[in-house]
Design a protein around this ligand. Structure first.
Ligand SMILES: [Zn+2]
Length: 73
């Protein structure tokens, strides 16, 4: 996963909200949020985004290593 800069994230939210407006959906609220995993504040892309980028990377790495463990037993 590539790391995105803050301005890139804001740009993505802006584009998403433009598309959501066209389909009659409410806009996403991007902004500062506290990570559920580490408790640090991070830039959230919306209500569904509650874990910071570094924690989500850790989670996906853990899943990868579990898979490797099962395959390699
Ligand atoms: Zn975190």
């Amino acid at each position: 996963m590539k790391k995105r800069t803050l301005s890139q994230k804001k740009r993505i939210i802006h584009d998403l909200n433009a598309a959501r407006k066209q389909t009659g959906l409410p806009g996403l609220e991007g902004g500062s949020r506290i990570c559920l995993k580490c408790g640090r504040s991070f830039f959230s892309m919306g209500n569904w985004n509650r874990i910071c980028e570094s924690c989500s990377i850790i989670i996906s790495k853990r899943e990868e290593s579990l898979e490797t463990y099962h395959i390699g037993r």
